[in-house]
Design a protein. Structure first.
Length: 448
């Protein structure tokens, strides 16, 4: 029956929406794979990993020498000696315009461990970016599956509503025949028509809700607006097999596997490295430097008749040590600030651990509730079907009223809706448990 309903729904949408009949139907694994490849949030996190990689390159560059080509032109108010004297009574060239060009090199020899701390911070930041990337992929996969199963539930509800309408239409035909021979009152026929109109309105609302969810699913999958009408989902709502493991086992596993916990641990390690970087300001910094260049006046006159030197290749090299003596309390403030941030990171880690425990316990409660509701709602459907059959037989025999049949029909539809909702809740409870304990939901893209 579900296959016939799906075919009818596809034909209807083909007439209602041009191009729908040629749409591509994707199952859950294909929807998740599309989202993992094109979701904007995932792409944003992925680019963040690339940026963190470049930060590592930047921090490692501090261990290499720096080379700069500098060039400057200066005009002075009074003539300046272009080249310093090299001996007593040496004649010199004076000029207001001086051009100085040089290659300068610097190499940091010691900074109190700052550079190593910054490299470690950059590496930890990349690992944290990877953990956040994994967490985002988990969230997107769960959201895609949630919307996918909700659409399947709407399809099941539409199927049940159409079935109820067909049964009610058959009942209307029976009442119409009985009305013609005077066996029933006209009000019975009017009541059925009112119920048929109500079902038609419900079907229209369900179709609208399905369209909204399909657009939302397209956004999660990263589809452009022009491509969203060109896809639909395929699949059948099934009842999952629920195994309910102990909460303690789930919490232990979650603390080991959850990317959010890894990210919080890495943030704490970064904060500790920030303390080491701040402490480096207490120690002296030592740099080696070198310079080689040319200094001359403008215009350049190499053959000056006076014999004075009007240009010179200059070079210099040395080591410079800098010890901070007073910074107005900024160094100590930086150290205290880094230690406070380390305490903040420690509290964030504790908060993440508490949140993970809460999510595991909540997922466990939902699993338990879903298992119980599946059994109850499945039995309710069987009872409602049998009740409707009995009421229809009694109505044909003239032993009850049309109200009894309509009530039984409404009860069956409600039982079917509740059972489909229990199936969806069970599927989502299972996925939420898997996410809470740290299982990789991206395996959904491979049908796992």
């Amino acid at each position: 029956m579900l296959g016939v309903f799906t075919l009818c729904l596809t034909v209807f949408m083909g007439f209602a929406c041009p191009g729908y009949a040629q749409s591509t139907a994707w199952d859950l694994s294909e929807c998740v794979a599309q989202a993992l490849a094109h979701n904007p949030q995932i792409q944003d996190r992925k680019l963040g990993i690339g940026a963190a990689d470049q930060e590592i390159v930047k921090r490692r560059a501090a261990f290499f020498p720096e080379l700069d080509l500098t060039s400057s032109y200066s005009r002075y108010g009074e003539p300046q000696r272009v080249v310093p004297v090299h001996a007593n009574n040496e004649p010199g060239i004076f000029d207001r315009d001086v051009w100085d060009t040089a290659v300068m090199g610097r190499l940091s020899l010691f900074e109190g461990g700052r550079r190593w701390a910054q490299v470690r911070i950059a590496k930890l930041a990349k690992q944290e970016a990877v953990s956040r990337f994994d967490a985002t992929r988990q969230d997107v996969a769960l959201n895609v599956a949630s919307v996918y199963y909700k659409i399947l539930q709407l399809d099941r509800v539409l199927e049940a509503t159409w079935g109820s309408r067909r049964a009610l239409a058959a009942q209307e035909e029976l009442v119409q025949n009985q009305l013609e021979v005077g066996r029933v009152a006209p009000v019975d026929h009017m009541k059925i028509q009112v119920r048929l109109a109500s079902l038609d309105q419900r079907i229209s609302a369900l179709k609208a809700d399905r369209g909204v969810l399909r657009v939302f699913l397209g956004r999660l999958m990263g589809l452009d607006l022009d491509n969203r009408p060109a896809f639909d989902i395929a699949g059948v709502l099934t009842t999952p097999v629920l195994h309910i493991p102990p909460v303690k086992t789930g919490v232990t596993r979650a603390m080991r596997l959850r990317p959010e916990h890894k990210a919080a641990e890495l943030a704490l390690k970064q904060a500790r490295q920030e303390i080491r970087a701040a402490l480096a300001d207490v120690f002296p910094s030592i740099q080696a430097f070198g310079r080689y260049g040319l200094r001359n006046g403008l215009p350049y006159e190499q053959d000056d008749p006076s014999g004075a030197i009007d240009h010179e290749d200059t070079w210099a090299a040395g080591i410079q040590a800098t010890l901070p003596l007073f910074r107005g309390g900024a160094v100590r403030a930086s150290i205290r600030q880094a230690r406070l941030r380390e305490r903040q990171a420690r509290e964030r880690l504790r908060g993440v651990e508490l949140q993970i425990r809460e999510e595991v316990e909540r997922a466990h409660a939902r699993l338990t509730d879903s298992a119980e509701r599946l059994q109850v709602t499945r039995s309710s459907v069987d009872v409602a079907q049998e009740t409707l059959r009995i009421e229809q037989d009694k109505y044909r025999a003239g032993k009850n009223t049309i109200n009894d049949v309509l009530d039984a029909q409404a009860a069956l539809l409600q039982a079917q809706v509740e059972y489909s909702q229990a199936q969806v809740d069970a599927q989502l409870a299972l996925l939420q448990w898997r996410k809470a304990v740290g299982e990789d939901l991206t395996d959904l893209a491979r049908g796992k």
